[in-house]
Design a protein around this ligand. Structure first.
Ligand SMILES: Nc1nc2c(c(=O)[nH]1)N=C([C@H](O)[C@@H](O)CO)CN2
Length: 118
């Protein structure tokens, strides 16, 4: 299994459980690893034969910017669903961080794996 990845994608959105969090936009960041097979793209040099990280990034930025989740867990599950269903990805690992949430910590968040490795 090969991986196409996106690292440190940063997006501002409404997220959080407290009243004050519903009034502001906060930064989240994510790393995404997506299982794929890069060989056909390598042999043809055709982006249509690979998992296009720009297309995935654009879709996730649009989705996250318009979302208003309470928990990062919910956002993580929804992101995983989009990547699995819309980009025909079989397996992914997602780290979703909310760096401003705990001032004493550099970052906090969740890491999930979904789908089947192949
Ligand atoms: N596991 C989680 N814990 C917490 C979350 C969350 O989304 N998942 N959210 C909060 C608050 O919104 C926090 O970020 C405000 O500082 C607390 N714990």
């Amino acid at each position: 299994m090969d991986l196409v990845y996106i690292r440190e994608l940063e997006v501002e959105t409404v997220i959080g459980i407290y009243d004050w969090e519903r009034e502001i936009r906060q930064r989240i960041n994510l790393d995404l690893e997506m299982g794929t097979d890069i060989r056909q793209a390598a042999n043809t040099e055709d982006v249509d034969n690979t998992l296009n990280y720009k297309s995935v990034s654009d879709r996730l930025i649009e989705f996250i910017e318009q979302s208003e989740f309470l928990l990062i867990e919910t956002m993580a599950e929804q992101i995983a669903e989009i990547v699995l269903n819309e980009f025909s990805v079989k397996w992914l690992r997602l780290r979703l961080g909310k760096p401003g949430a705990v001032p004493q910590a550099a970052d906090v968040g969740v890491i999930i794996e979904r789908g089947e490795r192949f």
